[in-house]
Design a protein. Structure first.
Length: 325
């Protein structure tokens, strides 16, 4: 039955997306453009409901293989994030829930396997950051959905390479739901996933990465490597803003993907370029999956990321100077 999980996840996501687009929920909860937005017209922002419901529907077929320390925090994050999409919640309330969900994940995983205090704290920090950075990176048509499609597909392939079909199907269900969502979210997007989609997806990236590591399906670096197109952009942007003394929780358009879009590339081109990047990074990660730490491959990708970011920075400075003149 687990083989049908991804199919069910995709179908449920597409069906619920269609329903939302033609319901009061879709018409009533919209992302209204402002000076920091990259879209021009109001867009429904409750697509995360369809995406996460699709994931959970797919998981129902293999529910006996799920673990409480992944499922319960996921549901809590989804519920609170949906409330935030509809009513708006303060940053402190959202961060408190993110922290509690991360603590549950780390505590539950610690019961399932031995890990020291330092490792547990590192996992806690990375989980909270992954939850938030995925939300930061959800600002362009098809981008966050694409990262979920590629990221969890590579998790699934890695699990299959280690003969763990059930864990593979859990991940393929997430990627299939993302694919179903992309039918309406790729440029020009008819719907956004909102926090109800991006926050749970960020959590799942951390949770499934941790769970796979505990099952010795991959080394600790693998999940970070697979999701590095998001991790690098969000982390470097945050560090730069923090060094300038800018409030890091404030909405902005300084991410590299945002600047690439503004450099006349547009949503479609940036999404496709990012897809190629995600595919190349994930393929490289699979190629060296069994290595303890692939210094050469990771080093090469660090240079590639540095080049791409430097190129965008140079083009941006030229763009701003010409626009100012």
């Amino acid at each position: 039955m687990s083989l049908y999980s991804p199919i069910l996840a995709a179908l449920v996501t597409m069906l619920l997306t269609f329903i939302i687009l033609h319901s009061k929920l879709g018409r009533g909860v919209q992302d209204i453009p402002n000076e920091r937005s990259l879209h021009q017209i109001p867009i429904p922002r409750t697509g995360g409901v369809a995406l996460i419901m699709g994931v959970l529907a797919g998981w129902l077929l293999i529910a006996n293989q799920l673990t409480w320390w992944v499922l319960l925090p996921l549901i809590a994050l989804f519920a609170v994030s949906l409330l935030d999409d509809i009513f708006g919640l303060s940053v402190h309330k959202r961060m408190f829930v993110h922290l509690v969900a991360s603590v549950v994940l780390v505590a539950g995983s610690a019961l399932a396997g031995n890990q020291g205090v330092v490792v547990a704290l590192a996992i806690l920090f990375l989980t909270v950051w992954m939850i938030n950075l995925y939300n930061f990176m959800d600002g362009s048509d098809g981008l966050a959905g694409g990262m979920a499609l590629f990221g969890f597909t590579f998790f699934g392939i890695a699990a299959l390479m280690n003969h763990n079909e059930t864990f593979a199907m859990l991940n393929f269900s997430i990627s299939a739901a993302a694919m179903g969502f992309l039918f309406s979210n790729f440029y020009p997007a008819k719907i956004f996933m909102g926090d109800a989609g991006s926050i749970p997806l960020g959590f799942l990236a951390a949770a499934m990465g941790l769970w796979g590591w505990q099952q010795m399906l991959w080394e600790w670096w693998f999940p970070i490597f697979v999701f590095s197109p998001f991790i690098v952009d969000a982390s470097i942007t945050l560090i730069k803003r923090a060094l300038r003394g800018v409030k890091i929780t404030e909405a902005h358009r300084e991410h590299y993907y945002q600047r690439a879009i503004q450099l006349v590339l547009g949503h479609r081109s940036v999404a496709l370029i990012e897809y190629v990047l995600m595919l190349a990074v994930g393929g490289s990660a699979l190629f060296v999956l069994r290595e303890e730490f692939p210094v050469v491959v990771i080093g090469v990708w660090c240079l590639i990321f540095a080049f791409l970011m430097s190129f965008i920075e140079m083009q941006w400075k030229h763009f701003v100077s010409v626009d100012y003149e």
